[in-house]
Every structure is written in structure tokens, then in C-alpha cells.
Ligand binder design. Structure first.
Ligand code: AMP
Ligand code: GLY
Length: 441
């Protein structure tokens, strides 16, 4: 099989790394990729949204399967174009990708299909006065969201009405997110712990992969600015078997059934971002692709041939019984450039990568790196995702292994959070405590 992977981050590195392990895979091309991906695939300098260029490449290289990592090409319809030309693609169609591409669509879709989510109202930019009046009726905190893709920045959590009115002005009047702000969602703030669940589906059948938890804020203790994600772990103990069953029943089945019923069957990976509220799990967001950095912890736990699994999805013949997860834990610590998520410098030489060995259960997924002669240098805000995989299933040791590896890698201005996975330990200890208490009764 010849595979084309579209994207360039840590998520794509994890996908390429796992696809490379398939005995069916002959060549992998990645557009545009990064220095780490270049160890397992041929890099092609094409942008993920250059559909014409990618299609030409697919024809020339006789690509059997295309895997799309990031949301933009999906929302813009790459899958529809490729399928028109007879290519097989792992990813949703343009209309199915609206679940991520338009928050207004996804909120109304959830209402139509009775899927639990925060209370909300949608407004077009011309209904500015109505949006203002609605904000004045809500109890703070509240959340104001730009409808379209805004590189993860279009969600503004507002602690009072004044902040919400400023957010409204920024999105609607000052067009802080361009056309992504031509509609807005104003919604209730949900309290609880977040987790995400990845669903692989061919539109008819589905299978859930491991749950995971991202760490979105830049500083320890979930403080500071929002980022693309500073680390992740899987599975997330907050998603108990009971909660998973609720999510399958209350969210996954109605979502996939609803999309099929509405003429946009969902095919590919559906990322469900959840808040575990006192009233049960509620959907914060859908993403139409794998999460980053959650992929770096979920993909290594898949026990199977990823190329075969993706192909079966693309050919609408997924066999859920063939998708198994290792009983293991994984932790990814993101090493970022100092200054991220604001201004940062690039081109810093990375040292120590040769000290990390997969035999020790650690894999370094590259995010923002490139080759400079025979050196590897930084080229982005998030640089590396240092990922430990604990097949003994002990999360605390896996966390220590990840940090031990992080300490072996250096580059000028390297920054990372020191508390990735800590939240999960709290749950595990609480569960252990309950078991011990029961045993001592
Ligand atoms: P979204 O892109 O909609 O997931 O929003 C990004 C992040 O904002 C989420 O991962 C949450 O941390 C936060 N968020 C979004 N909506 C809400 C909400 N209604 N209540 C609390 N936090 C939210
Ligand atoms: N980790 C969040 C995302 O991929 O959107």
C-alpha cells in the first residue's frame, strides 16, 4: 500500500509512525511533514490545503490511501475531491466535517438529536443587539464562540457580562477571527473535568479508542494562556466504563445516526470533547479529526494494523472487533519554545534525541522541527511530544519515564509543564482508596 498523510504536527508523526509498522505499507508520503516524520516517510513540500497539488501527487505516486490529519483540508472538502477522482481517503466529507467547521451547525445538530451539551443561542453577526440582550440575561461565567475554524482561539471564556460583551465586540465588530466570526454561539459555562474520546467510524459501524485528556493551558495547574495542548495522557480514568456506556448511548449513537439521517454519514475519526458535569457527560465540541496531542498517547495504545483499520474505514467495511487497545497507559509531555503561545524564536538546535530509545518505552514525536544540514532544529511553538508508553499499565511510573526522557533533550528556550498526568493520579488514588476502604469494612 502507498499512503499519503496530510499534515505536519506531532499528531501526524504518531500516525505515520504507527502506519509504518504495518506489513502492508510500502511507501508513505507526508505533506509537508517535519524532521521526525522524515525518518519514516518521504516528505513532500505541499500545503495541507493545496488539494490540487495533493491530488496530482496521489495520481503520480499511485496512492492507495490518504489520511488527513488536520481540520482545514477536511472542512474545505479534500475528501470529496479525492473520492470524486476514485481515491480512498480516511476522513469525513465536507458536509460531515461541519461538525467541527461550524459551531452553530454542531450546536443545532445536537439540539435536533437530543445530545447533551451546554445551553446556548446562536446569532448571526447582524443580530448583534440580540446577542447583547441575551448576554445580559445570562448568569456568569459564560462562553462566547466564533462559529468557524479559528486555530483553537475562537472560544472565549468570560467571567462576567462585561467580558462577554467585549468578546462579542471583538468577534463581531472587530472581526478578530475574520469570517470565522460571521456567526457566534453564546453558551452556558459547564463545570467539571474534561476528557476526549476518539471514535473510528465508517458511517455505519463504529469503535471507540481509548479516552484521553489534554492539558490546554501553558502553565502548571491549568493556569495561563490557552495553547494547542501541552501534553496528554490516556486512558483518562475520569471516563469510567459506566460513563463510556453513557457517552456511547447518549452521544455517539445519536451523533452518527443523526449525521446519516441528515444525509452526511460521518466517516473517519470523530473526536468528542466532553465535560463531565454533575448532570453527566456533555459535549463541549466535536472535532472532525484526531486530536493533537491526544493522538500521540492514543495511537501507541492501538493493538493492530493501523493501515488496515484506516483502509477498512475508507472502504466502509470497518470491523469493530478487529480494533483492540493494549491494556497500557501513555503520557506525552510537550516541549515547547519559550514564549509560546505568543512570540517565540525558531531555528534552535535540538540535542539529545539520540539518547531516547523505543526499547525503553519512549518515543519522541516531532511537532515543530526541521532538518538544517545534519542537525535538527526547532521550527514551531510546540516542538516535541515526548511520549512514554507503560505496558505495565502503571500511570505514575509512565509519567516518570516521560519526564526522565524530557530531561535528556535540550534546546535553547525549551519549556514544558511539569504536571502532565497528575490529575489522573488523583482519580486513581481515589479509586484505590475506595477499594481499600471497602476491603477494610
Ligand atoms: P471548544 O473548541 O468548543 O472545545 O472550546 C475549547 C475549550 O474551551 C474547551 O476544551 C474547554 O476547555 C473550553 N470550553 C468550551 N466551551 C465551554 C463551556 N461551555 N464551558 C466550559 N468550558 C468550555
Ligand atoms: N487537543 C485538542 C485538539 O486537537 O483540538
Amino acid at each position: 500500500m502507498n499512503i499519503l498523510v496530510v499534515g505536519s504536527g506531532g499528531r501526524e508523526h504518531a500516525l505515520v509512525w504507527k502506519l509504518r509498522q504495518s506489513p502492508q505499507v510500502k511507501t508513505i508520503f507526508c505533506a509537508p511533514g517535519n524532521a521526525g516524520i522524515g525518518q519514516h516517510a518521504t516528505l513532500v513540500q505541499l500545503k495541507p490545503t493545496d488539494v490540487k497539488g495533493l491530488l496530482k501527487l496521489a495520481k503520480e505516486k499511485k496512492i492507495d490511501l490518504t489520511v488527513v490529519g488536520s481540520e482545514h483540508p477536511l472542512v474545505e472538502g479534500l475528501v470529496d475531491t479525492f473520492e470524486e477522482y476514485g481515491f480512498k481517503v480516511f476522513g469525513p466529507s465536507k458536509s460531515a466535517a461541519q461538525l467541527e467547521g461550524s459551531k452553530v451547525f454542531s450546536k443545532d445538530f445536537m439540539t435536533r438529536n437530543h445530545i447533551p451539551t451546554a445551553q446556548y443561542r446562536n446569532f448571526s453577526a447582524t443580530a448583534y443587539d440580540e446577542a447583547k440582550s441575551y448576554i445580559n440575561t445570562l448568569d456568569p461565567p459564560m462562553v462566547v464562540k466564533a462559529d468557524g475554524l479559528a486555530a483553537g482561539k475562537g472560544v472565549i471564556i468570560c467571567k462576567d457580562r462585561q467580558e462577554a460583551l467585549v468578546a462579542l465586540d471583538d468577534i463581531v465588530l472587530h472581526r478578530a477571527f475574520g469570517d470565522a466570526g460571521s456567526q457566534i454561539v453564546v453558551e452556558e459555562f459547564l463545570v467539571g473535568e474534561e476528557a476526549s474520546i476518539f471514535v473510528l467510524t465508517d458511517g455505519e459501524r463504529f469503535v471507540t479508542l481509548s479516552s484521553a485528556q489534554d492539558h490546554k493551558r501553558i502553565l502548571d495547574g491549568d493556569l495561563g494562556k490557552n495553547t494547542g495542548g501541552m501534553g496528554a495522557y490516556a486512558p483518562a480514568p475520569v471516563v469510567t466504563e459506566e460513563i463510556l456506556q453513557r457517552v456511547i448511548h447518549e452521544v455517539i449513537r445519536p451523533t452518527l445516526g443523526g449525521m446519516k439521517h441528515e444525509g452526511s454519514p460521518y466517516c473517519g475519526c470523530l473526536y468528542i470533547g466532553l465535560m463531565m458535569t454533575a448532570d453527566g457527560p456533555k459535549v463541549l465540541e466535536y472535532n472532525c479529526r484526531f486530536g493533537d496531542p491526544e493522538t500521540q498517547v492514543v495511537v501507541p495504545l492501538i493493538d493492530g494494523d493501523l493501515a488496515e483499520i484506516f483502509l477498512s474505514v475508507a472502504e466502509r467495511r470497518l470491523d469493530p472487533s478487529k480494533v483492540k487497545m493494549h491494556q497500557a497507559a501513555a503520557v506525552c509531555v510537550v516541549m515547547a519554545s519559550l514564549g509560546y503561545p505568543d512570540q517565540y524564536e525558531s531555528g534552535k538546535q535540538i540535542s539529545g534525541l539520540e539518547n531516547i530509545k523505543m526499547e525503553d518505552g519512549v518515543m519522541v514525536f516531532h511537532a515543530g522541527t526541521r532538518k538544517d544540514g545534519d542537525k535538527i532544529v526547532t521550527s514551531g511553538g510546540r516542538v516535541l511530544g515526548v511520549t512514554a508508553i507503560g505496558f505495565n499499565n502503571e500511570l505514575d511510573q509512565t509519567i516518570r519515564n516521560a519526564y526522565h526522557a524530557v530531561e535528556k533533550i535540550t534546546f535553547d528556550g525549551a519549556y514544558y509543564r511539569s504536571d502532565i498526568g497528575k490529575k489522573a493520579l488523583k482519580y486513581l488514588y481515589a479509586t484505590e482508596q475506595r477499594i481499600n476502604n471497602k476491603e477494610s469494612l
